[in-house]
Structures are given as C-alpha cells and as structure tokens.
Design a binder for this molecule. Structure first.
Ligand code: ADP
Ligand code: F6P
Length: 324
C-alpha cells in the first residue's frame, strides 16, 4: 500500500444524481475489501462541519445499488467556501482519523476537495452530476438515467401534442450546459433544440420554422429547451401569439434527478467508486476519476478544473440534418 492510508471518508455533495448510491457502495466495499476503515459523512461539506460522521461497513451499503438519490444525503454549504470553513473541515477529518476522502459530486464539490488536499487530506473526486458538465470526463454519473427519464417524459408530451396539433416546449435540466437537451433532442426526434452553447436568441427564425412545418403537414412541433436558456412559459405565449398554433410549456424539473439508476449509471458508478479507492491506496491525492475516450483515467484536480468543454458539434450538426 502506497502511503498507508487507514480510513477513507466518503461524501456526496451538490445536486444528487442517480447512481451516487452505487458509487458510495463501491467506495465502501472496495475499501473494506482492502482492510481499510470507512466513514460516511452525511450532507456533504455541511455535514462534515457539523461532524455528521458515521462508521460504515459492508452492510451499510446493502440494498442501495438500485436506488436513486444518495443515502448519505447531499447539501450545499457556503461556509465551506471560506478558508476558515475548509480548515475546520480538515481538522474534523483529522479528529475522526479520516486521512483520505472520496468526494462524489460536480465541479463545485471538487473545489472543496482541492482545498482539503492542500490542507493535508488525501482527496479523490468522482464525477456525479446529471448535467454531464465535468470538462475532463466524457461521462458523469446520473446523466444516463436523467436523459432516459426526460426522454420518456417527452415521448408522453409528444403524444398529447400530436393529438391537439400543438407546439410543445419542454424544458430540461442541465444548469448552463446543453447535454441533456441535445441528447433528448436527438432521442425524441424533436423539431428544435435550444442549447445555451448555440442558441442565437433569434425567436423569429424559430417561429418561421414552426409555421413552415405546419404548412408541410407536421402535426406537432417539439422544442427541447435547455434550462440554461429557460423562459419556456413566456416563450410559449409569444410563439402562440405569433403562429396562431396552441403552444404549451412543460418544465420537467427535479423528476430528472430521481428514479432507479440505469444499468450504465450503476456500472460506471461502481467502477469509478472503486477506482477512487485504488488511487488513494496508491498514495495519490487531489485526483479526479474520469472516463475519457473509452477508458477510465484520472486527472489532477487543478488541471481538471482548468479544462473547458463544449457540446459535440458533430452531434448537433447530425441533429439538424435529421429534422425534416
Ligand atoms: P456541484 O458540486 O454539483 O458543482 P455546487 O457548485 O453547488 O455543486 O458545489 C457543492 C458544494 O461544494 C458547495 O455548496 C460548497 O460547499 C462546495 N464548494 C463549491 N465551490 C467551492 C469552492 N470554490 N471552494 C470550496 N468549496 C466549494
Ligand atoms: O446540477 C444538477 C442540477 O439538477 C442542475 O441541472 C440544476 O440547474 C440544478 O441542479 C438545480 O438545483 P436545485 O436542486 O438546487 O434546484
């Protein structure tokens, strides 16, 4: 064993994502398999600062791989964004014998892990967010379940939209990223997708397309709108006024974050959770587990946080070619 770590802490932080439980389970079971102790920290960094720390064993993570949410709960914590909060967090880790920490969350959570690493706690991040917006990774835990949930919901909206010969705007999550919108746009055969990374705010162009499609005999017009653009309800009113076509907005919201994780999310989460423990056992710290071009890899957190990523232009172009 690298630097002889003894006790791994694990927490989930930021927005929850289906598959986080599978990642927690993998961290706990892999660590125990290698003779390490594991402590679960509840409610992310907020729980760390309140010392909401529990011992975990193999049984603590039984019967959770198929459940959405996170058994450790999650939270956002402003205090942890201050140097005093971070020092207090590191001190609490030491007090509880936690020499290493696996942080399952998004970019914000990894900044917390970066700070703790600088204060002597070995940290590894695991990308858990439905938004797919971690620059160094082609995959984030929860994305697959979220897009499947959104896809099924949009199929349902499409049925009623067709019956009523309406235009429907369906708003999907993703914070400032358009990955969920892009994937649903392709999977649901939408007529339009509005992505924060690409939308030119030319609503008249959108309106012209809706009118043209109706003239060609299309019975519905499905617009998948990303949360990063938002304003679906007011957009629907303007489109209805301009086209004379009944238009409704549906905001899918938090349903996209819940539900039974898909097989893909469970498997990726299990592998990433186990890899996080492997890295800590090799004596590595301030690392981020990622999935890149078909392989599981890891990055330095400083480098990972400095990276940027864009939606795949080829996928967007393909989408546009499929709209007829
Ligand atoms: P996500 O991890 O999904 O990106 P947030 O951005 O809300 O979610 O971050 C989750 C938590 O991570 C925050 O509430 C805070 O406790 C911690 N965090 C975020 N940014 C920083 C930072 N710059 N330094 C230290 N901790 C941070
Ligand atoms: O990051 C996951 C996410 O669901 C985003 O898609 C969304 O913008 C945000 O979290 C919503 O956060 P909250 O649960 O605080 O409303």
């Amino acid at each position: 064993m690298g630097n002889q770590i003894k006790t791994i802490g694990v927490l989930t932080s930021g927005g929850d994502a289906p598959g986080m439980n599978a990642a927690i389970r993998a961290v706990v079971r892999t660590a125990i398999h290698h003779g390490l102790n594991v402590k679960g920290i509840k409610r992310g960094y907020a729980g760390l600062l309140k010392e909401e720390i529990v011992d975990m064993d193999g049984l603590s993570v039984a019967d959770i791989i198929h459940r959405g949410g996170t058994i450790l709960y999650t939270a956002r914590c402003l205090e942890f964004m201050t140097e005093e909060g971070q020092e207090k967090g590191a001190e609490i880790c030491r007090k509880h014998g936690i020499d290493s920490l696996v942080v399952i969350g998004g970019d914000g959570s990894f900044r917390g892990a970066q700070a703790l690493a600088a204060l002597g706690i070995n940290t590894v991040g695991v990308p858990g967010t439905i938004d797919l917006d971690i620059a160094c990774s082609d995959y984030t835990i929860g994305f697959d379940t979220a897009v499947n949930t959104a896809m099924e919901a949009i199929d349902k909206v499409r049925d009623t939209s067709t019956s009523h010969e309406r235009c429907s705007i369906i708003e999907v999550m993703g914070r400032n990223a358009g990955y969920i919108a892009l994937w649903c746009g392709i999977a649901n055969g939408a007529e339009d997708i509005l992505l924060p990374e690409r939308y030119d705010n030319d609503e008249q162009k959108l309106i012209d397309r809706i009118i043209e499609n109706r003239k060609r005999g299309k019975k519905h017009h499905i617009i998948v709108n990303a949360e990063g653009i938002g304003h679906s309800t007011s957009m629907a009113k303007r489109i209805e006024a301009a086209t004379g076509i009944e238009t409704r907005a549906t905001i899918l919201g938090h349903m996209q974050r819940g539900g039974t994780p898909t097989c893909k999310d469970r498997v990726y989460a299990s592998i990433m959770g186990a890899k996080a423990v492997d890295l800590l056992m090799e004596g590595r710290s301030k690392r981020l587990v990622a999935y890149k071009r078909g392989s599981y890899v890891d990055f330095d957190i400083d480098e990972a946080l400095a990276m940027s990523k864009d939606i795949a232009e080829d996928q967007y172009e393909i989408f546009k070619g499929l709209v007829r």
